[in-house]
Design a protein around this ligand. Sequence first.
Ligand SMILES: [Zn+2]
Length: 171
Amino acid sequence: MASDVVTVCRFEDDVLTAVRAGCWPPRTDDDLQAHVAGCPICAEVAEVGSLLADEWEAARIEGALPHASLVWWRAELRAREDAVRDATWPVRSAHVVAVGCVVALLAALGWVGADWLLEQRAWLATFVSALPVSPAELRGASPLLVGAVGLAVACSLVIAPVALYLALARE
Ligand SMILES: [Zn+2]
């Protein structure tokens, strides 16, 4: 049992071309418009094609690309950043490892040094006696003098390692 329904029209491509070109319906010839008015296949192609063309135009406007030079500049910038990151990661990794080693070394020195310092009381007493101001003198001194001596000792304990680090870091 053969079907009598026609599913293809020879003007279908013409209608589709006009819709794709954005000419449908105002800038198409009258014969094609008259055919579409009487042909259900071409009418459906024109209707669906117009909807798809509108959607395509809206998507094109919404997803407008930036200028090519801007895209190129961003790509070059990103490539340069990636190259710098790839080139410097061994150095950054070495810094992290070095900082970890320094912290571990300082902790170990603090642990061992505290015990060693307690064992060296005689040496500590000699060191204290070599100071220009003895602790016995500080007991009777004014709070201003004690504060000044304490500040000087604290500054030397803080500034000396920083100065040593800065001097060695420039080399
Ligand atoms: Zn037709």
